[in-house]
Write a protein of this length. Sequence first.
Length: 176
Amino acid sequence: MMSFNAVICGGTYNPVHEGHLWVVQKLLDEIHEIENGLIVIATTFHNPWKGDVQPADFELRLQMWEALLQDSGLPSSRFPKNGHIYISDFRYVYAADFIKWWRTNYSGSQTWVTSTDSAGLEKNWKDWSELEVSMKVLPMHKDVHSTAIRKGSHPPAPAIRRIISQNRLYPNSQWE
């Protein structure tokens, strides 16, 4: 069994934006100091906390991550490698389900990353408290939210803009 000290960034990423990228860049600076360190992008298939918001196709959201990371020159793959960013294609709904899957397939520690606007809410997550996962809280760096991109009030990064345009996602979010 492969062993990683995983720092897991879970979220809907509907769509990915500069604030998400900032978090990964900050973590990448830290991960090189952690033995067997790995940043894991864990995109939820459907976030039960988001109500009726239907996310873009799961695979397209993974492609958004790949495109944004590639344009930023950051090392990523869909296979976990030490010191890299692993874009997981495991389809989960609840964060606890991702952790259980991770522990079945990999050994090592897990730290779940959340932002200051979500800190403390994990106590309400399904099956979370029994897993004893450490949490890392990071401030929201960019004043941008996925909702603003979907509504057309904030333009996404060029890599994300191309995917949105090519796939006709978020009808209010079309930029030339």
